[in-house]
Design a protein around this ligand. Sequence first.
Ligand SMILES: Nc1ncnc2c1ncn2[C@@H]1O[C@H](COP(=O)(O)OP(=O)(O)OP(=O)(O)O)[C@@H](O)[C@H]1O
Length: 269
Amino acid sequence: MVDFTKSDEPPIEARGILTQFGTKVIHENLDFRMNRREIVGLVGGSGAGKSVLMNTLLGLKEPEGGSVRYFGKQRDALSVSERKSINNEIGVLFQGGALFSSMTVRQNIMVPLREHTDMSEALMQELADMKVHMVGLPPEAATLYPSDLSGGMKKRAGLARSLALDPTLLFLDEPTAGLDPIGAHAFDQLILGLKDAMNLTVLMVTHDLDSLYAICDRVAVLVDKRIAIADKLEAVQNYDHPWVKEYFGGPRSRAAMSARVNSKQDKKT
Ligand SMILES: Nc1ncnc2c1ncn2[C@@H]1O[C@H](COP(=O)(O)OP(=O)(O)OP(=O)(O)O)[C@@H](O)[C@H]1O
């Protein structure tokens, strides 16, 4: 196995991406780069192409132009074994958790272990149960089926599966969608804790302003077919673009910002 994690290059980078479906251009000349151990929130209007970009970065969608690099190496140039190593470095949580309904939580978490390692059954079970614990689920959740879980527990179980192979890169597609504010806050804090504990680099597609304010190191804005800005929240908020102004100038944004100010003040007292 190739150990990409020792490279000093950015874990993931997109250069000059062109994406189109028929004549419809989704991304044009799109550049984007992630730095190590940061959480980046990817925002943009509905249909702007966030999910398609995530799939492109994951290698699930070939762009019509441009290139994706992992740890400095262009994807097209990766050997079969390098591609396998890269795949093991990437964990993904799709919307809804995408769990197999006929399997228990433990069995779901064991799927990537079974597919990508030759561990014994006992070791896979032990590791799966560790992941259950890491994502804050009670031990008994391991034997439950997805239909027995609440929305928040499903997300945690999906997260546990995406962390099964101890990835360095984690992609989250609207992780807090459908959770109530308390559940969403707890999930945000879980991501933050796991990022520190596992040295993760996290890309999070989100519409959740609270998450942007609470845990993102940078915010990338996908508008006009490209990443117009990817910077600290304060810089992004001041970026001169009508969509950005509307998004960050609206009442929901002001509420999220004031919640952050209050929480900072609470921590000081
Ligand atoms: N397989 C496909 N074939 C044709 N068009 C597609 C395909 N997949 C996505 N698109 C189009 O690409 C555009 C971007 O879609 P995408 O799902 O990435 O948007 P998004 O920014 O994630 O939106 P939302 O926030 O609403 O989820 C949309 O216009 C969508 O219809």
